[in-house]
Design a binder for this molecule. Structure first.
Ligand code: KIV
Ligand code: ZN
Length: 525
């Protein structure tokens, strides 16, 4: 085991709750954000970017709530380059033990054109806003958005201004995922060489994954001298997402021989937080995703299995337990008791209060009645399913019966509890899912358009649970819902209803001006 304690430290700045949450459909509730922040704090993330306080009251509350509960991590809020944003950001983060204000403006020619500022006017704006932030908080991060497409001379000039105005961290974003590793490294080296005062602050790297190079670009920036990586769990983020936290952290750990840097991350907590983020965001992790994908440690082919039995290192560069994945263990069955369930859930990273355990136990028994063996993945699906449905949701699925087979049209009888009152309807459709969705639409008329309907089996066998993901769009608002059940049609309807519940919450929250997506990079002036 290498002693990493003398190696340069790379700070991990997690932006799952800000950049991640900005990806269409990934909206999280207040309590979900607090939960994720607690897990991030626990796993050793150095800075949590908790949100964009000016964007909505919900964002403000989430940032200030997280600021109040974080024990170790610095808590950061995002603000555009104007006093109103910065003041609101400070109001939200000031409760933290270690608050940070992150202010930004687009510096590339395309982004300068948006607020219609010339180079000198923008330089003055940067000086004024960073100074203003620094007067409020002694921990200020500044980002020249679209830095990788900004003229080098101008980038050096504005970075110098921001440092002189008091920025303590300068973040270099590859906003559109355009750079490549060699160029990412050269840019950091150029700034370190040319900008006066650069050696007294921390350079950060913030890479988007449009060309699939975010992880490589972030690591290249570190090799060149960046000492903070901005990233998200599961690589969540706008478009193709951000650098994935689990990838950069494990790359520096596994290849510490060639990337000798230390982080404070407890890597055994990776799987648990990855699962939680997948559930609350509704963005399932692709099976072959590095580190956290379902197949990342699966060895199916005979030749691989043979090699693994002889020596694990034949086909594995890291141990599953290093990321919090346990070896396959015995499945539970209908005779397993509450204590066995609690122990197993704890092993899987789910710490439950007594009332949550009771709830999970009832659902586990119902599942075990239908399914002979309840595997780890079944339990994860069960707990995640429970977490995504709240008792106070406007719509609840009470009963569903479908008739399907070769003779159509297929029929569905559905009872939904809407605001505490039961409503029933019969509908037909082209297949059982279509019939059941038609019934939902008749009981809850809406104009939301179905964007995604996806089914995957949790385990093998015909009695496996199905996990269903549904995404809908209404007037630019996107909501995602998920559910799991051994009955695929029941899982589908629950996922759809879950999605509509989220849409109802979003409609209620978003006065036109208070929608997170209505305050975005385009307004970055
Ligand atoms: O991608 C980006 O440029 C950003 C900035 C706000 C830092 O997320
Ligand atoms: Zn970004």
């Amino acid at each position: 085991m290498t002693d990493t304690s003398t190696q340069p430290r790379v700070l991990i700045f997690d932006t799952t709750l800000r950049d991640g949450e900005q990806s269409p459909g990934a909206t999280m509730s207040h309590s979900e954000k607090l939960d994720i922040a607690t897990l991030l704090d626990d796993m050793g993330v150095d800075i949590i970017e908790a949100g964009f306080p000016i964007a909505s009251d919900g964002d403000f509350e989430a940032v200030s709530g997280i600021a109040k509960i974080a024990q170790n991590a610095q808590v950061c809020g995002l603000a555009r380059a104007n006093y109103k944003d910065i003041d609101r950001c400070w109001e939200a983060v000031k409760h933290a033990k270690r608050p940070r204000i992150h202010t930004f403006i687009g510096t590339s020619p395309l982004h300068r054109a948006i607020p219609n500022l010339d180079m000198d006017q923008m330089a003055e704006r940067i000086h004024d806003t960073v100074s203003h932030a620094r007067n409020l908080c002694d921990n200020v991060q500044w980002s020249p958005m679209d830095a990788t497409r900004t003229e080098h001379d101008y980038l050096c000039r504005v970075v110098e201004i921001a440092i002189k105005a008091g920025a303590t961290t300068i973040n270099i974003p590859d906003t559109v995922g355009y750079t490549a590793p060699r160029e990412s490294a050269a840019l950091i080296r150029m700034l370190l060489d040319r900008v006066p005062g650069a050696d007294g602050i921390i350079f950060a790297t913030h890479c988007h994954n449009d060309l699939g190079m975010a992880t490589a670009n972030a690591l290249a920036a570190v090799e060149a001298g960046a000492r903070q990586i901005e990233c998200t769990i599961n690589g969540l983020g706008e478009r193709a997402g951000n650098t994935a936290l689990e990838e950069v952290v494990m790359a520096m750990k596994v290849r510490n021989d060639i990337m000798p840097y230390q982080t404070r991350i407890d890597t055994t907590k990776i799987m648990a937080i990855s699962r939680r983020v997948a559930t609350v965001s509704g963005f399932a992790v692709q099976f072959n995703k590095a580190i956290v994908g379902k197949n990342a440690f699966a060895h199916e082919s005979g030749i691989h299995q043979d090699g693994m039995l002889k020596n694990r290192e034949t086909f594995e560069v890291m141990r599953p337990e290093d990321v919090g994945l346990l070896g396959t263990s015995l499945p539970l069955g209908k005779h397993s008791g509450r204590a066995a369930l609690r122990a197993k859930l704890r092993e899987l990273g789910f710490e439950m209060a007594d009332n949550q355990l009771n709830d999970a136990f009832v659902r586990f028994k119902a599942l075990a009645d239908r399914k002979k063996e309840v595997f780890d993945d079944d339990l994860i699906a069960l707990v995640q399913d429970n977490a995504s449905h709240a008792a106070h949701d406007t719509l609840q699925v009470k009963r569903l019966r479908v008739v399907c087979g070769t003779d159509g049209p297929q029929e569905a009888e559905l009872t939904l509890t809407i605001d505490g009152v039961d409503h029933s309807i019969d509908a037909t459709g082209d297949g059982p899912v279509d019939a059941a969705f038609n019934a939902v639409k008749m009981l809850v008329p809406h104009n939301a358009r179905l964007q995604l309907y996806q089914v995957s089996a949790v385990t093998e066998g015909t009695d496996a649970q199905a996990t269903v993901t549904v995404r809908v769009e209404e007037d630019g608002r996107i909501a995602t819902g998920q559910s799991a059940d051994t009955d695929t049609v029941v899982a589908s309807v629950k996922a759809y209803v879950n999605c509509l519940n989220r849409l109802i919450q979003r409609r209620a929250k978003s006065a036109p001006d208070s929608d997170t997506k209505s305050v975005n990079y385009k307004d970055a002036g």
